[in-house]
Design a protein around this ligand. Sequence first.
Ligand code: PLP
Length: 373
Amino acid sequence: MNAASAYLDHNATSPLRPVAFDAMAEALKAGGNPSSVHRSGRAARARVDAARRQVAALVGAMPSEIVFTSGGTEANNLAITGTGCMRVLVSAVEHDSVRKAAPDAEIIPVDGNGVIVLGALERLLAASKAPTLVSVMFANNETGVLQPIADVVRLARATGALVHCDAVQGAGKASVDLHGLGVDYLSLSAHKFGGPSGIGALVVRGNAPFVTDRRGGGQEFNRRAGTENVAGIAGFGAASEAARGGLDVAALRDRLETALKEIAPDVQVFGAGAPRLGNTVCISMPGVRAETQVMALDLAGVCVSAGAACSSGKVTRSPVLTAMGIDPAVADSALRISFGWNSQSEDIERLIAAWRDLYTRVNNSDIAHAQAA
Ligand code: PLP
């Protein structure tokens, strides 16, 4: 990233792309309320409409299917509450913004790689005739593991269930296509791929049922009341256009994993047996708690995270790794490294050097302890 630090925590938030910054600065300078009929309002409306087309193009949707929200969390909340389904099925590895929005949901278990068990989903779907929403994420925020969304849609359709997919970690990194996937609802968040934080979208396919709980003006086609965040939306649009080609970082991931396995042959890469995003590595340093690693790497100028950063600094055992059946002691040593649009091989080399240094220090002190004992 730069000489001062290597930022490898893009799944927490990705630095703002210059094109997004420029689009936001222009929108902020121009001002205007998109609902006003005068020229200032019309110019703001034009910005919002242009960004709506850019975001729609990123995920193969129609502009009219995009509902701008304050981010991925609100998009997930709106999807869970907006379908009118009495029954909700969610995977065991969903983000808290899905899990907590559906506290009574029935849980679809995952296997040791974190991939949902399709047979279990099939049984859950067959168990009730109540209108059902299935919510399964596109890619996991901690491991990068991809879910078999096409299979989820096939099984759901067979029983008339609706499907929501939290694509917050997939969009802009891998190819995400609303109609190709066949889902009814898709959640997006700009700050995961170089747009600003505080802006996202719920994509509602065609005529999929959707009843909003937002009361107020008729913004977003009566689906999300409140004056639009024009600058955020403009930045989201610009970042979406820039991210359309996806991320080409799998070679960096492979280099990193190979190097860390050479340093410590007993490392475990979580989800390695399943298809994964090219930008995410979730790996254990045996015997060293993740917080210790994060702090040591930070001192060496490398920014990474332990488990899900969304729980604001709180380090609790990862529910994702727990659902995958990972031994608690191993899960507590899991580090998440995630690349993005501005990651370079120097960042990876810096991380490898710092990780080697920490591993050597820890193991030498272990030997020293053993010898002293
Ligand atoms: N869904 C997933 C998979 C995430 O990783 C996150 C954030 O980390 C969210 C939803 C929430 O998105 P936002 O930060 O835009 O509210």
